[in-house]
Design a binder for this molecule. Structure first.
Ligand code: 13P
Ligand code: SF4
Length: 303
């Protein structure tokens, strides 16, 4: 039996669902029950009342959020090594240091953080709703981490003072995009629309026609009348964009834009993960309940 068929059979037997992030390998996206961005996947995990097991094909912080929001379900991360390097950039000690410097300033954390960090924040956000979350706060100055590019973008959009913590947290994959290379592509495709993830640099955002999260890019491409799109985010998204828009053309803004951590979830590892029910993601109390409050506050603000 082919590997994908074996996975589907196991999935039925074990009442499992597979959630895959937009950056997953094409073959993983194709066997998933749902493909989406970080906030959509967290929501989906909560809606799936019947499922007993959630295989979360993504990276550590996304699976942790699913485990925090669904303590009664078994959440599996197919590859134990699938860790987001940006999430590792903000430690609890660093948060405490900034909290001492700004005791009255609210702390908003991007979901790309470990649960131990989320436990110390007032509210979480994703790239899709960061502007909405910050606008909803009754504060003109906000501590924000760990992505300094997203912090800068939110500052531009809200007009509030956003203090990035740490000062230069970043996504190594999104830093690979360079405006000159996009300009060169624009010379080849003058009618192309440029879509840029907010984790990219300010120079990249400046030349964008649209800035948004991965799923916001999908919505934008679907609605747009344009036929060619230059895309500045991890290459996995192009599989979904092409599947949903077969008549449109999508060009990656830099061919090497790969998140190696996202790609660790192979079909083989998903099969083994389901068969052996590993690697179980569990967040210990009281960290889980504190982090859950910050995630729920985000849902409350954004519905
Ligand atoms: P999205 O929320 O846009 O899917 O982004 C998650 C991520 O890890 C971006 O690098
Ligand atoms: Fe983390 Fe960047 Fe990979 Fe997203 S693309 S999971 S932010 S390293």
């Amino acid at each position: 039996m082919a590997l994908d068929e074996k996975i589907l059979q196991l999935k039925r037997e074990k009442k499992a669902i597979i959630l895959a992030h937009n950056y997953q390998r094409p073959e993983v996206q194709d066997i998933a029950d749902y493909v989406g961005d970080s906030i959509e996947l967290s929501r989906k995990a909560m809606e799936e009342k019947e499922a007993e097991i959630i295989v979360f094909a993504a990276v550590d912080f996304m699976a942790e959020s699913a485990a925090i929001l669904n303590p009664e379900k078994k959440v599996l991360l197919p590859s134990a090594g699938a860790r987001c390097p940006m999430a590792q950039m903000l430690t609890v000690d660093e948060i405490k240091r900034w909290r001492v410097l700004y005791p009255l300033v609210p702390l908003v954390l991007y979901v790309n953080t470990l649960a131990s960090a989320k436990a110390y924040c007032d509210v979480c956000c994703t790239s899709a709703n960061a502007v909405e979350v910050i606008n909803a706060l009754d504060a003109e100055t906000v501590l924000f981490g760990p992505d300094h590019n997203l912090a800068e973008y939110v500052q531009e959009k809200t007009g509030k003072t956003i203090i990035p913590i740490p000062e230069r947290g970043f996504c190594p994959t999104h830093l690979l995009f360079q405006p000159e290379e996009v300009q060169a592509l624009k010379a080849d495709y003058p009618d192309a629309v440029v879509m840029v993830h907010p984790e990219c640099t300010a120079e990249m955002r400046k030349i964008a026609d649209f800035v948004g999260s991965t799923s916001q890019m999908c919505q934008y491409a679907k609605k747009s009348n344009a036929e060619i799109f230059i895309v500045a985010t991890e290459e996995g998204l192009l599989h979904r964009l092409r599947r949903e828009n077969p008549s449109k053309r999508f060009v990656l803004a830099y061919e090497g834009a790969v998140c190696p951590n996202m790609k660790l979830n192979t079909l083989e590892r998903i099969y083994l993960s389901l068969r052996n029910e590993r690697h179980v993601v569990k967040v210990p109390e009281p960290i889980a309940s504190k982090a859950r409050k910050a995630l729920e506050k985000m849902f409350e603000i954004t519905h």
